[in-house]
Design a protein around this ligand. Structure first.
Ligand SMILES: [Zn+2]
Length: 132
C-alpha cells in the first residue's frame, strides 16, 4: 500500500468508528445514564483520561451531563457511593461493565430500573462492537 493511502485511511476510519462506537455505548443502556438512569448525553471515562484511562468500551459508560460533570476526575465507584441516587445494583453493573461483561451489566441495570427496556438489538450491537 502506498504510504499516502495509509495516512488517508487512518484519517477517515477512526472518525466513523468513533461515531458508531459512541452510538453503541448509548444503545447498551437504552440511552440512559449508568449512574442515575436519566437520559445519557455524554460518555464518561470511568478511569479519567488524566489518570491514563483509555477510550475503550470497558472504560467508557453512558452518563448524563450532570453525573459526568459532577464526577469529574474522581474514582467513579467511590464518587458513585456518595450520591443520593446510589443503588448497589447499579454499582455492580458498573463493576461488570468495567470487567467487560456488558451482558451482566445490562441485566443488573434492568434489575435496578424496572422501566429499563432491554435493547432488542443487543446481539447486533455486540457484533458491531466486536467488528470495531
Ligand atoms: Zn446521571
Amino acid at each position: 500500500m502506498h504510504i499516502n493511502d495509509a495516512v488517508f485511511l487512518e484519517d477517515l476510519c477512526p472518525k466513523f468508528r468513533l461515531r458508531q462506537w459512541r452510538k453503541s455505548i448509548h444503545r447498551f443502556t437504552g440511552k440512559s445514564c449508568i449512574y442515575c438512569g436519566k437520559p445519557s448525553e455524554s460518555i464518561d471515562h470511568v478511569l479519567p483520561r488524566s489518570q491514563g484511562g483509555l477510550s475503550t468500551t470497558e472504560n467508557c459508560v453512558p452518563a448524563c451531563l450532570s453525573c459526568n460533570g459532577d464526577k469529574s476526575d474522581e474514582n467513579a465507584l467511590y464518587w458513585y457511593r456518595k450520591q443520593k441516587f446510589y443503588d448497589p445494583r447499579r454499582a455492580m453493573a458498573i463493576r461488570a461493565w468495567l470487567e467487560g461483561d456488558l451482558r451482566l451489566a445490562i441485566r443488573l441495570l434492568q434489575w435496578a430500573n424496572p422501566n429499563f427496556k432491554l435493547n432488542q438489538n443487543y446481539e447486533k450491537d455486540k457484533s458491531e462492537y466486536k467488528a470495531a
